[in-house]
Design a protein around this ligand. Structure first.
Ligand code: ADP
Length: 580
C-alpha cells in the first residue's frame, strides 16, 4: 500500500490532477452520461469515474452506487481497486475479487460488495493517470472482449471530457490573470496620474501652466476631453485650460464660452449643489464638477467622452480626485497672491505712515528748537509771534494724534471691536460742532463752508464715531477742495438721516470710486497730498457698524460729493472681523 501511495503521490501526477479542477467539483451530466452508458452497455449495476487523490478516491461520477457512498462521493484508498490501475498505468480486469490474492482483503469487497471489476486508466496526453472509468458487478463476471473494448472507448471519452475541462479551466485562469493584470495596470496608471498631477501642481510656480498640465494629464485616462474654467472676481467664468483627444474639438472648446456639459448648471448657482457631482447628461458621457476651496466656488472642471465611451465609476472617482487636487492648487495660488498683496500693502503703508508721522514731527522739532533759543535769550520774539508758534505746535500735535488714532483704529476695526455707545443725537448738531473745530483750518485753506439742514435728522448713534466720520469727510474736502467753497447738507426722513459733503476740488476718477474706501487705498493721481489712505475706510466701517452707508459722486476737476446715509433707529450690526 505504501509503495502504491508513493506512486500515486508523484508531484507531476498531482499537478495534472489539480489542473483539471475536478476534485470535489459537483456532479456533471457529461460524466454521468458516460457512467450511465457503461452500466447499460456492460449490464453492470455500478460504474464510476474515479480520480485518485493523495489519500482518497473521489467519484466524479457514480452510477448505481448505493448510499451512503453515492452521497459522499468518495472512499478512503483502503476501498480502492482503482489505485492499482493508477499505479500500474494499465487496465485492471477482475472476475472475482474474493479469489484474488491482491484484492480479497480490499474493504470494498466487503463493504461495497465489489466482486467483479474492470477499470481503464484515465490518461492525460503527457501520460499521467488521474483515475479510472470502471465497471463493477456484485457477482463474479467473465468480462468479454467487447465489454473491455467498450470500456476502453468510454474511458477515452471520459478523458477527452476531462481534458476539455482542464483547457477551459486554464483559459479561465488566463482570462482572470489578464483581467487582474489589466486592472492592476489601470490602478497603476491612475496612481501615476494622480502622483504626476500632484507633482505638477505643487512644483509648477505658474498656475496657468500647472492647470494646463493637469488638464492634459487627465486626457485620455479620465476622459477624452477636459475643460477647466475659473471664476473671476466679477463673477464670470473664464476658460483657463482645455485638452481633447480630437484637436478640432479642442479648438472648438477653447473658443467656446458655454460649459461643455450643457445641462450642468454653473457652479455657485445654487449653494446646495456646490460640491456635488452633477452629471451633465443622462448618457453619462459628460460631467461637470465645481472646484471648491475653503467653502467657496473657485471654478469648474468638466470631463467629456467620445461616445460610445462613458464615464464609469472609476472615471468619476478619478475625476473627483483630479478636481480636488486642482481646487487645492488654485486655492493655494490665490492665498499666495493675497499674501503677497497683503505684505505689499503693509510695506507701502509703513512707508507712508513713517513719512506722514515724520512731517509733523519735523515741524515740532523746528518749533521747539526755536522756542528753546528764545527762552535761552538767544533769539527775540514778540508775544504775538509766540502765540502763533504755540498754535503751530498745537496743530501738529493734533495731527500726530489723529494719525496715531487712525493707526490704532485699524486693529480695532480688523478685530471687530469698535465700541459703539448709542445715544439720541441730532446729526445737524454734530456736524455743526465738528465744523466749528475746523474754523481755523478753513480760514487757512481759504475755503468757505455752507451748512444747510432740511428736515429732522435725529437718531440713535455713537457721538464720538459720528464726529470721526464728519471730521474725516470735512478734512478731505478741505484737503482736496483747492480753497473752493464746501457745502454740507443734512436732511432726514422717517427712516434715514443723510449728510452730503460736497467740495469743488480736484475730484476723483471713476476707476477709483470704489477703491478709495478700501484700506490703504488712495486715488492714483493724488498720492502727493499725503495721508494714510485710511480715513474713508474707517468712515465706511464706522457707518456699517451703525447700519449706514457711504457713496461718492465725483468727476475729476469738478469736485466730489460724499453721501452718508444712516438709519435713525438703532440697527444691531454684529461686528464682522476683517480676516487679513
Ligand atoms: P487719505 O488719508 O489719503 O486722504 P482717505 O481714505 O481719507 O485717505 O481717502 C482716500 C483717497 O481718496 C485719498 O487719498 C484721495 O485720493 C481720495 N479722496 C478722498 N476724499 C476726496 C475728496 N474730497 N476729493 C478728492 N479726492 C478725495
Amino acid at each position: 500500500m505504501h509503495e502504491l501511495q508513493q506512486i500515486i503521490n508523484r508531484q507531476r501526477r498531482m499537478d495534472a490532477l489539480q489542473r483539471t479542477a475536478l476534485l470535489d467539483s459537483p456532479a456533471e451530466e457529461a460524466f454521468d452520461r458516460l457512467t450511465r452508458l457503461t452500466t447499460r452497455a456492460l449490464h453492470v449495476p455500478v460504474s464510476l469515474v474515479t480520480l485518485l487523490d493523495k489519500d482518497r478516491q473521489f467519484f466524479k461520477s457514480c452510477s448505481g452506487l448505493p448510499p451512503p457512498w453515492c452521497d459522499v462521493r468518495q472512499t478512503p484508498l483502503t476501498h480502492s481497486f482503482c489505485i492499482h490501475v493508477v499505479a500500474t498505468r494499465q487496465p485492471l480486469v477482475i472476475e472475482d475479487a474474493r479469489k484474488d490474492p491482491m484484492l480479497r482483503e480490499n474493504l470494498a469487497v466487503d463493504q461495497l460488495g465489489v466482486v467483479a471489476y474492470a477499470g481503464y486508466p484515465l490518461k492525460t496526453p503527457s501520460g499521467e493517470v488521474l483515475g479510472t472509468l470502471c465497471a463493477i458487478d456484485t457477482g463474479p463476471r467473465a468480462w468479454t472482449k467487447d465489454d473491455l473494448a467498450i470500456l476502453e472507448d468510454l474511458a477515452t471519452s471520459a478523458m477527452t471530457e476531462i481534458e476539455l475541462r482542464a483547457t477551459r479551466e486554464l483559459e479561465g485562469q488566463a482570462r482572470a490573470a489578464e483581467a487582474a493584470r489589466a486592472s492592476a495596470e489601470a490602478a497603476r496608471q491612475r496612481f501615476a496620474l494622480l502622483a504626476e498631477l500632484s507633482g505638477a501642481l505643487a512644483e509648477q510656480p505658474d498656475l496657468g501652466r500647472a492647470l494646463t498640465l493637469a488638464v492634459r494629464l487627465s486626457v485620455p485616462l479620465v476622459a477624452d476631453g477636459c475643460v477647466l474654467d475659473l471664476l473671476q472676481e466679477d463673477g464670470r467664468m473664464q476658460r483657463e485650460a482645455v485638452a481633447h483627444q480630437d484637436p478640432r474639438e479642442e479648438q472648438r472648446l477653447r473658443n467656446a464660452t458655454d460649459p461643455p456639459c450643457l445641462l450642468g448648471a454653473e457652479p455657485g448657482d445654487s449653494p446646495e449643489l456646490a460640491g456635488h457631482l452633477r452629471l451633465g447628461d443622462p448618457t453619462g458621457s459628460c460631467m461637470r464638477l465645481p472646484l471648491m476651496g475653503r467653502g467657496r466656488v473657485l471654478g469648474a472642471i468638466s470631463f467629456s467622452t467620445i461616445p460610445p465611451r462613458r464615464l464609469g465609476d472609476t472615471e468619476v472617482e478619478l475625476a473627483r480626485d483630479v478636481a480636488r487636487r486642482v481646487a487645492l492648487a488654485v486655492d493655494n495660488s490665490r492665498l499666495h497672491q493675497e499674501l503677497i498683496e497683503a505684505v505689499h500693502a503693509r510695506d507701502t503703508f509703513l512707508t507712508i505712515a513713517s513719512h506722514e508721522l515724520r512731517t509733523p514731527l519735523t515741524t515740532l522739532r523746528l518749533q521747539s528748537q526755536s522756542l528753546l533759543r528764545i527762552t535761552h535769550g538767544e533769539k527775540k520774539c514778540p508775544p504775538e509771534q509766540l502765540a502763533s508758534r504755540a498754535e503751530v505746535i498745537a496743530r501738529q500735535v493734533e495731527r500726530l494724534g489723529h494719525l496715531v488714532d487712525e493707526v490704532l483704529d485699524i486693529a480695532r476695526v480688523r478685530e471687530g471691536r469698535l465700541p459703539y455707545h448709542l445715544e439720541e443725537l441730532d446729526l445737524s448738531e454734530v456736524v455743526r460742532d465738528v465744523a466749528i473745530r475746523f474754523r481755523e483750518e478753513l480760514a487757512r485753506s481759504g475755503s468757505t463752508l455752507v451748512l444747510r439742514t432740511e428736515g429732522s435728522a435725529r437718531g440713535r448713534w455713537d457721538r464720538i464715531r459720528l464726529e470721526q466720520v464728519v471730521t474725516n469727510l470735512l478734512a478731505n474736502a478741505i484737503k482736496y477742495g483747492r480753497g473752493r467753497p464746501i457745502h454740507l447738507l443734512v436732511t432726514g426722513d422717517e427712516r434715514f438721516a443723510r449728510l452730503i459733503v460736497r467740495d469743488e476740488g480736484i475730484g476723483i476718477a471713476e476707476v477709483d470710486h470704489l477703491r478709495i474706501f478700501e484700506r490703504f487705498e488712495r486715488a492714483v493721481s493724488e498720492q502727493h497730498y499725503g495721508g494714510l489712505g485710511l480715513g474713508l475706510w474707517i468712515v465706511r466701517e464706522i457707518l456699517s457698524g451703525m447700519g449706514g452707508t457711504i457713496a461718492v459722486h465725483s468727476k475729476p476737476g469738478l469736485g466730489s460729493s460724499f453721501t452718508v446715509e444712516l438709519p435713525r433707529q438703532p440697527v444691531v450690526v454684529a461686528p464682522t472681523p476683517v480676516l487679513h
